[in-house]
Design a protein around this ligand. Sequence first.
Ligand code: DHB
Ligand code: FE
Length: 280
Amino acid sequence: MARISAGITTSHVPAIGAAVDLGKTAQPYWAPLFAGYEFSKRWIAGHTPDVILLVYNDHATAFSLDIVPTFAIGCAERFQPADEGWGRRPVPVVEGHPELAAHIAQSVIQQDFDLTVIHRMDVDHGLTVPLSLLFGQPAAWPCRVIPLAVNVVLYPPPSGRRCYELGHALRRAIESFDEDLDVQVWGTGGMSHQLQGPRAGLINQPFDRAFLDRLIREPAALAQMPHIDYVRLAGSEGIELVMWLIMRGALHERVREVHRFYHVPASNTAVGHLILDNTE
Ligand code: DHB
Ligand code: FE
């Protein structure tokens, strides 16, 4: 059967992707950020999964405001990197896993989570920047990737509790897939940031550090936090952190922290990153 070996969270700031693509990772502004991912790159070289279920949000790229699904799963064979206004990122095409994705869609929908099924979609920085951070610049991504898109751009986004419970359903779905696959679940976005309005630039380090601790040790309690607390404490775009609860809900109650990194700022965002071992 398929099994979930690890969970990874990371911010997905688009300027990080530009720094990679333009060869600027060693510049003084960026070097401390990329240093925090050096361990992760070595770790994942020895723990490359067969498939990543990558939880991210589309930033009005694939979905216009005409249609905004709350939760959507990518069941296509492949996904092109999106043109977000300055051309497609020069990164490999993302190869999907249609069989596992279709199984997850069936299992999760039958567990009463109404996923939207996507057969054609381009993927934006929310998905490609985390791949660049962990895998660098390979000619092809080293594993399959199933995109799971979550609405956090148009009110109302799903609650943290709903996201955490979706994680449980995803775990049951993956563990009931009748093929011996090593699967990782990634949650992207966050940490605190606000890109708009009078509070643009808001960063809340005490909130972020507590969130990292609580995500590992008391995720069920953390999942009770209402939207308004994310917005007040972590900024309007801090709501992206609900996606980390989907990742966490897919793991065991107890997990082993393999790596933690926190860095302020990258662009307008506090960058947080965790690797959690789910094999024990
Ligand atoms: C920034 C961060 C994001 O998560 C995003 O989607 C866009 C921009 C930023 O900090 O610039
Ligand atoms: Fe974002």
